[in-house]
Design a protein around this ligand. Structure first.
Ligand SMILES: [Zn+2]
Length: 400
């Protein structure tokens, strides 16, 4: 790989700056000596880098640490307001937007309805959300991350297939970037959620975990050996289309017996209607089950069984430390969980349960939008190894 910039020295400096920023991002408030110890850089190198970062407004001196006898060390922290990013969660009906600082704290919210499922309407809605968020970014918005359902080729910026918009090979990142004049990163929405859990949430302390989302559909995102795993074309983790019932109900993907077609909200509604003899929403069915209606309870228990078996197979293949259950379907998890646990126990190979924890995430749209912002934030803290491409990066930013 040949990198064309101010020679290798420039690249090494960028990488070292990125190391220091990443270290301060993991743990704010460290002395220069802590940073040197944790990054393996020399003391003088850390001093030179941190003074450059302080000059550029990315890092600030915040407090003094405990003295080990002499002068107490000054503690350094990332300056979260040095830059902002927009995160968008795209649903069938809306573009839900947040503006976050560099610490992924949400500082503003905006959301816009889609007038039609066309790319032009989607770009229009997102553009109006970005304009509404812009004042809170004080002219320091560094880019936009977007998460949406479907197979998204993040590197190419192309939506390969979005079932709910009926899009194929749509170059959404380029169109958006032209409209809002900012770098844009798009990814599958579950991957966006995983980026957030990995950076700030329940996955930050483990190297191997899966986020399984349940609700209208079923999705999965994976962190393996500490890295988000996307597969060769961004399509990894389609647990929703694992075939679980032979000759089962037809799925939106065209297949039969997919997990999503068996436990997704539309499937639960159909099963509840079949058992109860009338149409109810999933939440009404949940309330009936909690009131002691055995027919309604059986629908949720069956969903739990299917989900437990599917997740158990994931555990058998990947041996993760943790499974995070997320998505709007977790609101009925109390009804699903006993059967889920039993099926998981029956499915998981001996020994792989040891050390496995199951964690349930509180759910809301903002978590997804914040996840989309995290996609871009993660990118910002990397050195730009592809100078031929306008990758957003903090290195080189002067926040003043
Ligand atoms: Zn399917």
């Amino acid at each position: 790989m040949r990198i064309d910039r101010a020679g290798n020295k420039g690249l090494i400096r960028e990488i070292n700056e990125a190391l220091v920023l990443a270290e301060l991002r993991c743990e704010s408030l460290q002395s220069r000596a802590d940073i040197a110890r944790n990054t393996g850089l020399s003391g003088p190198t850390v001093t030179a880098i941190t003074s450059r970062l302080i000059d550029r407004g990315l890092v600030e001196e915040r407090a003094t640490g405990a003295s080990a006898g002499g002068r107490p060390p000054v503690l350094l922290g990332l300056r979260p307001s040095a830059g902002y990013v927009v995160g968008i969660k795209l649903t069938e009906e809306r573009a839900i937007g947040v503006l976050t600082d560099l610490d992924a704290n949400v500082v503003a919210r905006a959301d816009a309805a889609l007038t039609s499922p066309t790319p032009a309407a989607v770009v229009g809605a997102i553009t109006s959300a970005v304009h509404a968020l812009a004042p809170a970014g004080h002219g320091r918005i560094l880019g936009l991350g977007l998460g949406m359902g479907g197979v998204v080729d993040r590197d190419a910026g192309i939506v390969r297939h979005a079932t709910f918009f009926d899009w194929r090979n749509e170059p959404l990142a380029e169109k958006l970037s032209e409209a809002i004049a900012l770098p844009v990163l798009i990814d599958n929405d579950v991957n966006a959620l995983v980026a957030s859990e990995h950076g700030w949430g329940a996955g930050r302390d483990v190297e191997n975990f899966a986020v399984v989302t349940i609700g209208r559909g079923v999705g999965m995102g994976l962190v393996l050996d500490g890295r988000l795993f996307r597969g060769s074309r961004g399509g990894a983790g389609e647990l929703g289309h694992a075939k679980v019932v032979r000759g089962g109900p037809r799925c939106e993907c065209g297949g039969h017996g997919c997990l999503e077609a068996v436990i997704g909200d539309p499937a639960l509604r159909a099963a509840l209607a079949g058992h109860l003899g009338r149409e109810v929403t999933v939440d009404e069915g949940g309330a009936l089950a909690r009131d002691g209606d055995h027919r309604a309870a059986a629908v949720f228990a069956k969903a739990g069984r299917h989900l437990g078996r599917a997740v158990g197979n994931v555990v058998n293949i990947l041996n993760p430390d943790r499974i995070l259950l997320a998505g709007e379907g977790t609101r009925n998890l109390d009804l699903i969980m006993p059967a889920f646990r039993r099926a998981l126990d029956e499915t998981v190979f001996d020994g792989l349960q040891d050390g496995l924890s199951i964690h349930v995430e509180a759910w809301d749209d903002e978590a997804w939008a914040r996840g989309a912002a995290s996609l871009l934030l993660n990118e910002l803290f990397q050195p730009n190894l592809r100078p031929d491409r306008a990758e957003p990066t903090l290195i080189g930013l002067s926040a003043g």
